[in-house]
Write a protein that binds this ligand. Sequence first.
Ligand SMILES: C[S@@+](CC[C@H](N)C(=O)[O-])C[C@H]1O[C@@H](n2cnc3c(N)ncnc32)[C@H](O)[C@@H]1O
Length: 544
Amino acid sequence: LIADAEQLGYVDLVARLGARNLPPGGEAMLEDMLARLPSDPRLILDLGCNTGMVSARAAAARPRATVVGIDRSPAMIDVARRRHEALNLEFAELDVEGIGDAFDGVDAALCAGSAAFFPDRVAALASLDAALAVDGVLIDAHYVYDREVPPALRQLERSSFGIESPPSEAFDCLAPYERAGPPVRSYVRRPRWRLTERPTAPIYRELLASLPGMAPLVDEMLKRRELAHELSAYRHPVLVTAGRDTPTSVDGSAPDGHGVGEALAVMQLFRGSIAPQPVARLRSLRPYEFLAYVGDPDAAPGGAGAVTRAAAMLRELGLDDSASVLDVGCFTGMSTLALARSFPNVVGIDIEPAFVRVARSVGTTLRARARFEVMDGGDTRLPPRSRDAYVLTATLGYTPQPERLLAEASRIVRPGGFLVEFLYHYPVVTAAIEDRVRRAVGPDVRVSGLSTGVRAIERAGFRLVRADRLRRASAQPRFLAGVCSATTALERERNPELSERDLAEFADLFRSYVGRVDLGEAEPLVYMCVFEKAEPERKDRRGR
Ligand SMILES: C[S@@+](CC[C@H](N)C(=O)[O-])C[C@H]1O[C@@H](n2cnc3c(N)ncnc32)[C@H](O)[C@@H]1O
């Protein structure tokens, strides 16, 4: 029997012991997962339900929903059925890759750490995507490894759990969602976590071990738990939610929120910062130079509202009033002004003196606390480890060598400090799309998926801790039409030299740059991403 216990796969061991399936991150993670369920779903799946604890909790949290726990192991399903009974709870023996054929209109799918055990995550996600309702959501708890697990420990992991932690460099948590959908909505990294037992656990364990034949199984489980404790130093629990947006009927507002009136008020601030220009000159400007001239109300993706959210997130992550924040690529200062409301010590920098002049004049008009400097974000001359946060608002797409900025960020941000960047995710990339985006945005913009952008930043020594999909990447038609006609009217007033034809051309330029590009189905998603500067690896760990 002892030999039998040692050879038992992890899944069978869990089933025989009827062990509870806590997700990575434990009870706190589970609470977070349940809190993200839609308020009144009809159908919830628990993917890889194990012995059914998470399914039962979901059934209790949403009593009006039907919850189906699915697992491909008959032993698990058997235990789950015997353990949990509720009117709205069912269990089914099914491979996740079969969900697409078996279900339809799934409002929420929970996956509490099981994805690591799926042989093909991409196929599993594709199958789920086919089963999800239009506004259905996947709530997926993982581990993400951020330091190299020593080979001996990896091997032990393989023999004990049947899976092996991926080398941290190669691991890409987000790529499978991109390859198979549904697209990521949010990413939250939680602190390192190790299971702490309830005070009663040893008593139950002793009782269980005293049953005939159970002692070797209990020992095996303890060994697995020890191993999980060792692994906890190398990984973080992460919660990813994914899903498409509910199509919205609202079309009257700009990205993430403000209306035409507010946008015009912002643009008014810019009047007089740059002298009127003939249309030939306006035509020759790079897209964002034109936007500086008109006073783009939404230069940062998602506008000032998204920057304010980034500031709130940095505060949640521990930065306070004293934090020294660098807003790199401040352009005409809108992002710096938004950051200044949370961080009085913010400095907006830009490589273009003309933009910094505009930013200073707007800042003075508004009596803002922000300071502005002409400075190259790739060569700031600031002391090493002297900054708490290096904020970019899509700036990596406006510089020919983004890696220079990332290397500089890595040098001047203190360990444990942060880097923020707004990353676009293009679901489809073709040469024609790349060309259109470059023409509308600028020559340095990278047209790629979210995970490519995340990887470039992680390679520079940062780790993703939060990603939040913004409501919309580009301006909506009605908003755009309103702002365009008002701005063209203002331009007629401030620049009487322009003919009617010039003004029509001005309006065209405005629409194509402020509205960005309309790519229909290939419309990019945009994410506010916060990264933490990795602590230098300590070399004193066991097994190194
Ligand atoms: C998308 S805009 C940023 C939007 C801006 N933060 C806002 O809220 O209005 C990108 C800016 O990055 C600036 N930039 C590009 N390369 C830079 C560098 N090496 N150092 C500093 N700024 C740079 C550009 O001049 C441009 O103003």
